[in-house]
Design a protein around this ligand. Structure first.
Ligand code: GLA
Length: 698
């Protein structure tokens, strides 16, 4: 009998990881997929099951948890590094296995005595979410500096049956746009070198098979918890599987590890689900929820906000803003956010960033009178800041021109008339912490909207070396510092809308501004992309003006509200000007949001396409589902397609009611099996209309 190797097995509720351990090498990837029974094992070692093909190394090198270049592995390496041109090839000579939590979390210490490096790979499988968190830490145990070009945060196997990668691309005002690419005998790769997560390439994807649907079949998903440069590759392997790597994209020379120094990768969150794309989303939502830290220890119901930006832009007048707060309070708004335009000389976007004190012309007595007025109405007061930025036309820049990221001798390239502060430079974080801290100390601020309105260029630090990584880490440190000093303050992450949305920043923040585009039709696609990775309660979603400022298209108040409703609902328009029927409608939708938010948030989200211009979104599980049916285009049929809801319990009977701000209809009793197989009939809807249903198990 062939000896059975040692297998390292981690079980989630619905997925399993199996590695094959051997003392003198990195463990081999044997399985990541749907839950196997306890004790299930691959049997013989992998090499014993696959004879050496012709023109191959006599010692087969399959995919390991950390494959390395130059000593028998021909696929993408998890590490690209050298020491003065030498030690370019690595292979581990020893592996120590430590169970951090038996059957759940594992630390693998991989040592290469020849190239003088150590890599610690950590794997942790959360049984509540079925998300596997992977990370790696590289230590230079040799004498000279180790130049690192690539360190994978994680390496994951994908089965040969995978055919499609669904990634998300976009630009400012149009984020999270689905792009489906065929996997094949090539490498699929996405890179981002913009210095922040970017609107352009989300650091994550979902991998599907022909049998994968919105709510059924096997699908895999991964995302990187990192707010800087990133890269991911899915590469075909000799055995038909694929390997998926994700990590930080490093600029040339960015990481030179001195002797004894360690480089820590970000975390890669990996999951799979047999409940299709929605199952992957549900797993990610669970993982993100458990990573977030809330003032008071738990999320409170997400308050309805009003943001001043699109209603007022830079035109701040105290009386108008007070009247806006009055009007918002009357509508039922619970949080008032004073956006850009409030600080020293900030008349437009050409100046002021960096000078974080109130403008004396607009606010002769500071922000306290406005904040007192807002809180006096029972609303929370929130404030917009953009700490990492500086306008050349600012007191701060005039005093400290060297504080902006720059390369000596090269022009300082502005974007939106601004430069980026080098947060890692001495004095910069202290200055920002003092200035933002003073605002938080002196005013009753419950909420900060923290913006970042440009990509990074000429991003060298004081030493002239690439500073992208340092900048990202210093930003996290600044968030953490302010959170520690003001633990009751919630923070919204924004970067021209969705330019910095990732699981790394969500360690420090509580909501994101999903997109600067509030046009409700555009928002449907943006929000659906977002919801593949992140839960609805942190998705900033506003009712904007009609016509929408970003597209000049106009939609009804009810449709605008219906699209914003499933997220963290808010209003972004001059509420004083909303009168008559529109005002009554908005007020009614705000009340509806308040009555539904506990059901919509914290729940699973299922997304589907019914065809004929209808998409749907359901929040909940088999016991209680809130279903939004959006018609986006004119129908081409006399009768609309029905919506099959596979998530329902076929053995149950459901009370199905259509709800709107004026209440629910009498409803009908329908069988779960019928609703899952044949579907819910959809009422006639015009383009840009929504119908909402509640399905409750009887
Ligand atoms: C960015 C944000 C907007 C607004 C402006 C203010 O574009 O995404 O919501 O805060 O900045 O300048």
């Amino acid at each position: 009998m062939i000896a059975t190797p040692t297998f390292l097995t981690l079980h989630g509720a619905r997925c399993t990881v199996i590695l094959e351990a051997a003392p003198g090498e990195a463990p081999l990837w044997r399985y990541f997929g749907p839950r196997l029974p306890d004790g299930a094992s691959p049997g013989p070692g992998l090499r014993d099951t696959r004879p050496t093909p012709s023109f191959s190394l006599d010692f087969d090198q399959p995919l390991s948890i950390f494959p390395t270049f130059g000593v028998g592995w021909f696929g993408q390496s998890a590490l690209l590094a050298h020491r003065g041109g030498r030690d370019f090839a690595q292979a581990f000579t020893h592996c120590a296995v430590d169970w951090l939590k038996p059957g759940r979390a594992l630390s693998l210490t991989l040592t290469d005595a020849i190239a003088a490096i150590r890599v610690v790979v950590e794997l942790s499988l959360d049984p509540a979410s079925d998300v596997l968190t992977l990370s790696s830490a590289l230590t230079n145990t040799g004498e000279g500096a180790l130049d690192v070009q690539w360190l994978a945060a994680g390496v994951a196997p994908l089965p040969a049956s995978c055919t499609t990668v669904r990634s998300y691309v976009g630009r400012h005002n149009h984020e999270f746009i689905l792009e489906a690419d065929a996997l094949g005998r090539h490498a699929w790769r996405r890179e981002n070198r913009r210095g922040l997560t970017s609107h352009d390439a989300f650091p994550g994807a979902v991998v599907a098979m022909p049998s994968t649907t919105e709510d059924g079949g096997l699908a895999y998903g991964a995302q990187l918890a990192w707010s800087g440069n990133h890269a991911q590759t899915i590469e075909w392997l000799d055995d038909g599987r694929f390997q998926w790597q994700m990590g930080e994209w490093l600029a040339p020379g960015e990481v030179r590890l001195g002797p004894g120094k360690t480089l820590n990768s970000p975390q890669m969150l990996l999951t799979c689900s047999e409940r299709g794309l929605g199952g992957v989303a549900a797993n990610f939502h669970g993982a993100i929820r458990s990573r977030m830290t809330w003032p008071g220890g738990a999320m409170r119901p997400r308050p309805v906000g009003i943001n001043t930006w699109e209603g007022f832009y830079f035109d701040h007048r105290l009386d108008d803003l007070k009247a806006l707060a009055d009007s918002a309070a009357e509508l039922g708004v619970e949080r008032f956010v004073l956006d850009d335009g409030w600080f020293h000389r900030r008349a437009d976007d050409t100046r002021g960033l960096g000078d974080w004190w109130p403008d004396v012309d607009k606010y002769p007595d500071g922000l306290a009178p406005l904040a007192a007025h807002v809180t006096g109405l029972g609303l929370e007061f929130g404030l917009w800041v953009e700490p990492e930025m500086v306008n050349p036309d600012s007191d701060l820049y005039r005093a400290h021109p060297d504080w902006a990221l720059h390369i000596e001798g090269r022009p300082r390239l502005t974007a939106r008339n601004q430069l980026v502060l080098d947060l890692a430079r001495e004095g910069v974080a202290d200055y920002l912490s003092d200035k933002i801290g003073a605002l938080l100390r002196d005013l009753p601020i419950g909420y900060l909207k923290w913006d970042h309105n440009r990509d990074l260029t000429t991003a060298a630090g004081a030493d002239g070396q690439a500073a992208y990584r340092r900048q990202t880490l210093a930003a996290y440190a600044l968030f953490a510092r302010l959170r520690a000093a003001f633990p009751d303050v919630e923070i919204e992450a924004c970067a021209g809308g969705g330019g910095r949305i990732d699981a790394g920043l969500l360690r420090h923040t509580h909501r994101v501004w999903t997109s600067d585009c509030i046009d409700a039709v555009s928002r449907v696609a943006i929000q659906r992309g977002f919801l593949q990775f992140f839960p609805p309660e942190i998705m900033g979603a506003h009712v904007g003006a009609a016509p929408a400022h970003s597209t000049s298209r106009a939609q009804s108040m009810a449709f605008r509200a219906a699209v914003a409703l499933p997220g963290h609902f808010g209003v972004e328009l001059d509420a004083r000007k909303i009168e008559g029927a529109d005002r009554a409608t908005l007020k009614a939708w705000i009340a509806l949001y308040k009555s539904l938010r506990d059901r919509l948030h914290g729940a699973c989200v299922w997304l589907g396409e019914a065809g004929d211009g209808v998409v749907w979104q359901a929040h909940g599980e088999a016991d209680d589902l809130v279903l939004f049916v959006y018609r986006l285009e004119m129908t081409g049929r006399r009768f609309a397609p029905a919506i099959a809801l596979a998530v329902l319990d076929p053995a149950a009977v459901y009370a199905v009611r259509r709800i709107d701000p004026h209440g629910a209809d009498a409803g009908a009793a329908m069988s779960g099996a019928w609703l899952a197989a044949s579907g819910l009939p959809v009422p006639p809807l015009k383009p840009e209309q929504c119908a909402i249903f509640r399905l409750v198990r009887q």
